[in-house]
Design a protein around this ligand. Sequence first.
Ligand code: PEP
Ligand code: MN
Length: 359
Amino acid sequence: MKAKQSWIREFNKPLIIAGPCSAESEKQMLEIAERMDKDYVQVFRAGIWKPRTKPNCFEGVGAIGLNWLKRVKDEFGFKIATEVATANHAKLALEYDVDYLWIGARSTVNPFTVQEIAEALRDTDKTVLVKNPVNPDLELWIGAIERLQSQNIQKIGAIHRGFSTYKKTKYRNNPQWQIALDFMDKMPEIPLICDPSHICGNREGIFEVSQQAFNFEYDGLMVESHCNPDEAWSDAKQQITPERLLEILKKIELRKSDDENAFYHSQLNRLRNEIDETDQAILEIIAQRMLISTQIGELKKEHNVAVFQPERWKQIRENSIKQGQLLGLSEEFIDKLIKALHQESIQQQNSIMNKENSI
Ligand code: PEP
Ligand code: MN
């Protein structure tokens, strides 16, 4: 496995990037910086060009905000970070010695934009962070990182900020943790940090999502923090005060990759053996289910009956969810599982129907 890029170890602790969603005024920036705990937060963030979903909203103060970020850096000793969405933003950020530049979720979706930014940042020794695209597309996220790598940018990181969904969930952007875990699997050398603010879209969930990220051994966090969150010009609902942020950071438990303890290892091995045996039993029972469904397929074919029976599917789904709940399994999980099983059965029955029928 490739070693993780070493820039992430600069502070010898999890990388914490915090600051307002948007820079609003010099006074606001300096006040937040003043109230931020320097032992816990190393990088001060502020958006100065803001991508907004709807027009006629506050779209950021623009380049003037770079002077304010610079003051935060010079007077408080923070490293500084901002979002860049065009080649021009990138050039300006470099001119003002911004240490961490991030590509926002709405830019990551567009390979032209990413390419343009990557070229503007060619050979930079600054750190460039790539937020996941708004849609759950792992390859698009990885592709953006590869565009930076091919411009000889050495310090690269990724930010998991969740994925937008049409259906409302308790999150503003559904974390879909599995995609981030797949990202880690495919790009183990790229440090990954979590943005609980844009995942939650509210203040209440920030601790839980942050802890979850460290349970998965993320390398840090990016959290939106404002001295007067209710009055913030953007993302007011999800910003927390620097004091609340500190409380959260103090409460988070960091997890290590392993423990030398022999008892821990013997217990773990025993449980893992049990898991392996259980998985084997699950696979055997699934194979058995498929065998039955192919028999149903033959029967339907003989009687010229359609493969997909909506009423029957509805009944299977409802029953499974009910049974699953009695067994303590979540509706969301059972829904996914039974859908996958049913789809596979349908596919198998389809190929039975099509057998010897091809022209
Ligand atoms: C932000 O960090 O303020 C921001 C706009 O984030 P995202 O690109 O994740 O929406
Ligand atoms: Mn924001």
